[in-house]
Design a protein. Structure first.
Length: 199
């Protein structure tokens, strides 16, 4: 069911599909104050990831406000969404890095009890989806598409793919607009299909 309070858009895509560029264009088009909820936890020794995040920062307009949601002592992603004023647009970049940060924090638990860890990730996802549905600010949510490759060979990889797939379905069914970006082309999924039953 579409969000009754404010517009929510989900932008899905694989690596280098153009999903971030599409989300930035949609955020610019709102002509609202944009708050970027950045979700990547960056290891400073991982130089490739540091450069990847820096490139994302360069691609965004300098006047946009960036809030790091995984920084120690910083606000959580649901808190950023709840606190956003009605005249703003929140760009969530992105669901996969947000979920991945939680999974890595629970790595020992995931190895010991994968079913309980998946349930905990699902609970986090349900809270996030509920928060999006109750927002007064517009939201544009980027999500990585991980379900088109092989089943991951590691336990953490399988947990991540399952949790992210379930979360994107949960958000997509309640979003006002759902787009899939492939090779730089955005496809309006609502125009060509309908949601299946939730997992």
């Amino acid at each position: 069911m579409p969000n009754a309070l404010a517009m929510t858009t989900l932008v899905l895509g694989g690596v280098r599909s153009g999903k971030s560029a599409r989300a930035i264009a949609l955020a610019r088009a709102t002509r609202k104050r944009v708050i970027v909820a950045a979700t990547a936890a960056v290891d400073p020794t991982d130089h490739e990831m540091v450069e990847r995040v820096a490139r994302h920062r360069r691609d965004r307009p300098a006047e946009w406000t960036v809030v790091e949601t995984v920084a120690p002592g910083g606000p959580s992603l649901p808190a950023v969404l709840r606190d956003a004023p009605a005249d703003a647009c929140v760009l969530v970049d992105a669901l996969g890095t947000w979920l991945g940060a939680h999974l890595l924090a629970w790595e020992a638990r995931a190895q010991r009890d994968p079913a309980a860890t998946l349930a905990a990730l699902d609970a986090l996802g349900a809270e996030l989806a509920d928060t999006l549905a109750q927002m007064h600010a517009e939201a544009i949510v980027i999500a990585e598409e991980t379900g088109w490759g092989l089943v991951p060979t590691t336990r953490l990889g399988r947990l991540f793919s399952d949790a992210l797939g379930r979360l994107t379905q949960r958000i997509a069914v309640r979003a006002d607009r759902v787009e899939l970006v492939v090779a730089g082309y955005a496809i309006d999924l609502r125009a060509i299909g309908r949601p299946v039953d939730q997992p």
